[in-house]
Design a binder for this molecule. Structure first.
Ligand code: GLV
Ligand code: GLV
Length: 321
């Protein structure tokens, strides 16, 4: 009998034909919406492989409903939606899509940083509302970049790609990370390893790239915001829950920091209400990896991981840990 692969969402080009060509029986959700929990539970029954999204929660209950499962291939680099320990305990491999979305996500972080620094969201709203009356010496003045300090929280591949782009803007880079990165990388990025509190106090811009886990959840809480400069701009293209979103609304409203650019949200896709009416926050709909190149490469890598594991070979990109 052909191994069964369950795919939870329609994917962009090149699509999942390689799975069919590999002789697997592919069962796929053909509607572009996240599956309901009961649909996901039903879909994994009898599946040997699961190709899932960051919106699919893969926990013990789900793994128990899928006794034949050998691999969970996540269409994302983050994997906080998956209980990796529970999967590996059952001999199920978990894979992610690192590398291929690094540049796309770093570009988006910069798009948000620039947009937040220079009031692009507010400016766009003004123009579209037909309320712009012309150039003004005093209108929508933003923050400069050159000679400013960019703090990077989480210096993995994406954090490093963000740091590399900072050189073009003439910024000084400080970073914090669970481990200090190799000195050659630090040197090439001209990046200084600091403690979180130091980063919070010194940075004019902060960009978040730490994975979501028990250590990073609400890392940006009232204590952290209290250490930041009132002119600071916060950018998040990682995971929403690294920020206490209710508290972010308070600090943005009271101008205890200048602005924020968000691509991810604590209760995604729900947006904490106060955010929607603030002018000093730019809101993007989780577009970090959304370039045609990155998304295509993510499809290829997800499928390759499934082909390899079902053939009894090691995964190409297993989830770390
Ligand atoms: C997107 O958020 C990802 O983790 O790839
Ligand atoms: C503004 O458009 C300027 O030319 O300074």
């Amino acid at each position: 009998m052909a191994p069964v692969v369950f795919v939870t969402r329609p994917l962009p080009d090149p699509g999942i034909n390689v799975l069919i060509e590999s002789g697997f029986e592919v069962r796929a959700n053909n509607e572009d919406r996240p599956l309901l929990r009961e649909e996901l539970m039903a879909g994994v029954q009898g599946a040997d492989a699961l190709l899932c999204m960051l919106s699919d929660r893969i926990d013990t209950e789900l793994l128990e409903a899928a006794p034949a499962l050998r691999v969970v291939s996540n269409y994302a680099v983050g994997f906080d939606n998956i209980d990796v320990a529970a999967a590996r305990q059952r001999g199920i491999e978990v894979t992610t899509t690192p590398g291929v979305l690094t540049d796309a996500t770093a570009d988006l972080a910069w798009a948000l940083l620039l947009a937040a620094a220079r009031n692009l969201g507010a400016g766009e709203r003004l123009v579209r509302a037909g309320e712009w009356t012309g150039w003004s010496p005093t209108q929508l003045l933003g923050e400069p970049l050159r000679n400013q300090t960019l703090g990077i929280v989480g210096m993995g591949a994406i954090g490093q790609a963000v740091a590399r782009r900072a050189q073009g803007f003439g910024m000084h880079v400080v970073y914090c990370n669970r481990n200090r990165v190799e000195s050659e990388i630090e040197d090439s990025l001209d990046a200084e390893f600091v403690a979180l509190d130091d980063l919070l106090r010194r940075s004019d811009f902060i960009s978040l790239h730490a994975p979501l886990n028990d250590q990073s959840r609400h890392m940006f809480n009232s204590r952290a915001f209290g250490l930041m400069k009132p002119t600071a701009v916060l950018v998040n293209t990682g995971r929403g829950a690294v920020i206490d979103e209710a508290e972010l609304v308070n600090v943005l409203r009271d101008r205890r920091i200048a602005a924020a650019g968000l691509d991810v949200y604590e209760f995604e896709p729900k947006i904490t209400e106060g955010l929607l009416t603030l002018d000093n926050v730019v809101l993007a709909p989780h577009l970090g990896s959304a370039s045609t190149l990155a998304r295509g490469d993510m499809v290829r890598l997800c499928c390759e991981n499934i082909v390899e594991v079902l053939a009894g070979r090691p995964a190409v990109t297993p989830a770390p840990g």
